[in-house]
Design a protein around this ligand. Structure first.
Ligand code: DON
Length: 309
């Protein structure tokens, strides 16, 4: 595809989104996130040749929140391989991202690595054998490496805000601990989890970080092999089926790409073989996924014919 065609489509969508008044609700259960301006909108598409098409607030960092779970899963698979699947499943939950109900019926094993319970179990695996500070450093350096930018940081105010108010996550972690699913002290695991959710990145950095998922595990510009082609396919499969929680079916139906949302309003989407895409609009829908983020991605895949189906 001609780069200017992609540039035009991204610019058009950014303009259309700027005019919309239906923006969803900014997350407020993490108090610090409630301060984000709902008018923000960013979109970045990086194609297979490394061409970057950017629109709106493409360079404004936002809280990546649950999008970090894609990268912690990648790290945990690198560290523990299939042992990851002893503590977390691979099925959609059909429940909210912070739900606890299935944990009792399923002996403390979370349905998948993207709901909060599953991501806490994955974080605990990364933490094992390390101090919390070291585990967090490893996650942050991985994001800097993939995002191609050493300036990526953790927003300490967001982390502290969630640490103060994260009672549900504390409940999930303690509940899993009671089943022997977590190895480390609950407060250590939660500390690392809250901090990796609080990593701040722009759409440009995030789209860069997702490139390996779009190209068989390899960043085609740097030549870095991040994971095997099979592992990239499998992570994408989990993003498609579980990446938007109880809204995963709707996202697959409308957008037709693997995607992972965060309550900061970001979405990372992967068009296999074609592009890595990051969008950000802070207002959320009822399932906690970016409202305009999904609408923008639907417009993009429709205009480009990029649905995987
Ligand atoms: O644990 C939490 O609730 C947040 N740190 C992350 C949740 C999240 O991003 C859900 N995504 N839409």
């Amino acid at each position: 595809m001609k780069p200017d065609h992609l540039d035009n489509i991204v610019a058009e969508i950014a303009d259309e989104m700027a005019q919309r008044t239906d923006r969803g609700e900014v997350a407020s259960y993490i108090p610090e996130l409630a301060n984000v301006d709902p008018q923000r909108f960013g979109l970045v598409v990086i194609d297979a040749d490394g061409h970057v098409a950017a629109g709106g607030d493409a360079d404004v960092p936002f809280s990546i929140q649950s999008i970090s779970k894609v990268f912690t899963l990648t790290l945990a698979l690198g560290k523990a391989g299939d042992r990851v699947w002893r503590r977390v499943g691979r099925e959609p939950s059909g429940s909210a991202f912070n739900s606890i109900v299935q944990l009792e019926r399923e002996r403390g094993i979370p349905r998948n690595p993207f709901i909060n319970a599953g991501a806490i179990a994955v974080t605990d695996l990364i933490l094992s054998g390390h101090q919390p500070r070291e585990a967090l450093g490893e996650i942050l350096r991985f994001m800097q490496f993939l995002g191609g930018d050493d300036s990526i940081v953790i927003d300490e105010a967001v982390a502290a805000s969630e640490q103060r108010t994260g009672f549900r996550n504390a409940a999930l972690a303690n509940y899993m601990k009671s089943f022997g699913v977590l190895d480390n002290p609950v407060e250590y695991t939660l500390g690392v989890y809250f901090h990796h959710c609080a990593i701040a990145m722009s759409c440009r950095q995030l789209a860069m970080a997702g490139r390996f998922l779009a190209h068989n595990g390899r960043n085609p510009s740097t030549g870095h092999n991040v994971v095997s082609p099979q592992r990239a396919r499998r992570i994408n499969a989990l993003m498609l089926t579980c990446g938007h929680y109880d809204g995963s079916g709707e996202f697959a139906y409308r957008v037709g790409l693997p995607g992972k949302s965060g309550v900061g309003g970001g979405v990372l989407a992967v068009a296999p073989g074609k592009a890595s895409i990051a969008v950000w609009s802070p207002g959320l829908d009822a399932a906690g996924n970016s409202h305009l983020g999904r609408i923008a991605l639907e417009a993009l895949t429709k205009r480009l014919g990029w649905s995987i189906f």
